[in-house]
Ligand binder design. Structure first.
Ligand SMILES: C[S@@+](CC[C@H](N)C(=O)[O-])C[C@H]1O[C@@H](n2cnc3c(N)ncnc32)[C@H](O)[C@@H]1O
Length: 444
């Protein structure tokens, strides 16, 4: 672990070499708090890292993965892009290292999380805004069924068939804070405080997020969540965030571009960028919209079933949970071979649409690579971390298929390197280890 820490320190020193003394020290002290528990493609190392601790985003990679990627380039890029922003790891790390970030994120809660992290604040104003919210929330007693009129009935007690995600008195306090936040004048304060309220929701709820979805906590009916805990958890989250902002606010780059929307089309709005680093959803049937549904509905990002449907339609076709078109024009010899094998085992698949979904996934990846090609100069690098999947014993070698498709999108394959192994889900056979690979492409 010490060797890893030393090597990260050396890389950060070298990347931060051209920065002014202040931002260099800020970057060095932020990276000094980076832990080394797991592979760089997971976020186990950054649970307690300032900014990354605002919201535990399970699918994030560690900031040190960004440092490793920048260090592998012939020179530090001036600009970088992440078409699948998630919790904003690429962009935040880039700001620390003086690289101007652009990112795309389709999920409005996550887009707000990213923007909240990348924004610059005046701490005193933020503290005043927080006090205003606390005072205003104390005087509000919203009716959850009115505020959450369009949300699924399972959200608030009495729920459906004896199950609900939030006890009614807890939901009342959460919604009181939400409405008080909505009353703030400054949009940056509203965004940050809403995100921080969002970070408390799962703890306050009767569900946990595990593996591929949401499930009720065991013994949730006996677990007493009290309404005052809403304010306590929210205050703790705000104090932590203010500490991070005060200590690490003076990053080398304070600028950024956030494109809210679907990377398959939104990349056309990006300016030219030197480097792309990202990890797309994997074709493993993980439904991101469903996983973040609690935050999306409770915080008012989704208000109707149609909003929910539109968001799910805009996400990458990496799962079969919704009925949607799986039209695809993706072509690669290995993809054809894989689809033939999947079709031959169609009767063993847990969903008959899996072969079409796999094909559509690569069609979407083609659209993203083509979009990147349009905004990158010749010689620019793309690094993407992709994960394999497996259905009915048929491996989906995502890296190899992407490598085959890259040529048709204007990229040459520079290299493939293994990141780690993921255990496949019970649905996919359980015992097998699945690869996670860094695909390095260069723009032709
Ligand atoms: C694996 S996560 C990225 C994690 C990120 N590297 C980090 O460190 O936080 C993939 C992200 O892609 C987003 N996503 C899915 N479909 C998208 C689309 N069509 N356009 C943009 N983002 C999308 C998901 O909402 C999710 O946040």
């Amino acid at each position: 672990m010490e060797a890893l820490r030393d090597s990260l320190g050396l890389r950060v020193d070298s990347l931060a070499d051209e920065l002014g003394a202040g931002p260099r020290l800020v970057a060095q002290s932020w990276f000094a708090r980076h832990e080394f528990f797991g592979p760089a493609s997971t976020n186990q190392d950054s649970h307690d890292l300032p900014f990354q601790r605002w919201y535990r985003f399970k699918e994030a990679f560690a900031p040190r993965a960004v440092v490793e990627a920048f260090s592998a380039l012939p020179m530090r890029p001036q600009t970088c892009i992440d078409p699948f922003g998630g919790s904003g790891t690429t962009s935040l790390t880039a700001q620390f290292l003086g690289v101007r970030p652009t990112t795309v994120e389709v999920n409005p809660f996550l887009a707000d999380l990213i923007e909240a992290k990348l924004t610059t604040y005046v701490p005193n104003r933020l503290i005043r805004a927080f006090r205003t919210v606390v005072d205003a929330a104390a005087d509000i007693e919203p009716d959850p069924s009115a505020v959450l009129a369009g949300a699924p009935s399972t959200f608030v007690e009495p729920g459906v068939a004896g199950r609900w995600i939030f006890n009614r008195d807890v939901a009342v306090r959460i919604l009181a804070y939400r409405l008080a936040i909505e009353g703030l004048e400054d949009a940056t304060h509203r965004r940050l405080l809403r995100v921080l309220l969002g970070s408390t929701l799962i703890t306050l709820s009767n569900v946990v997020i595990s593996g591929k979805g949401r499930r009720y906590r065991s013994g949730w009916t006996r677990r007493a969540v009290r309404p005052f805990e809403v304010g306590r958890l929210f205050e703790a989250a705000v104090l932590r965030a203010i500490e991070d902002i005060v200590r690490f606010g003076r990053r080398a780059c304070l600028d950024f571009t956030l494109l809210r929307g679907d990377a398959r089309t939104a990349l056309s709005q990006s300016d030219s960028v030197d480097f792309a680093l990202f990890s797309p959803p994997y074709p493993n049937s993980f439904d991101y919209t469903d996983i973040y549904n609690v935050e999306l509905w409770m915080l008012g990002y989704l208000r109707t079933g149609a909003d929910n449907r539109a968001l799910r339609e805009a996400t990458l076709r990496s799962h079969v949970q919704i009925h949607r078109s799986f039209d695809s024009a993706a072509v690669s010899p290995l993809l054809t071979e894989t689809l033939d094998l999947l079709n031959a085992r169609r009767d063993q698949l847990w969903d008959a649409k899996i072969p079409q979904m796999v094909s559509a996934y690569f069609d979407d990846m083609t659209a993203v690579l083509r979009g990147l090609h349009r905004v990158m100069p010749a010689g620019g690098s793309v690094m993407m971390v992709v994960g394999d999947s497996q259905y009915a014993g048929v491996p989906i070698d995502v890296a190899a298929i992407c490598a085959e498709m890259a040529d048709g999108c204007g990229f040459a394959l520079k290299g493939l390197s293994q990141m780690r192994s993921m255990r496949s889900s019970a649905q996919q056979g359980g015992a097998h280890e699945l690869g996670e690979t860094l695909v390095h492409l260069t723009c032709e």
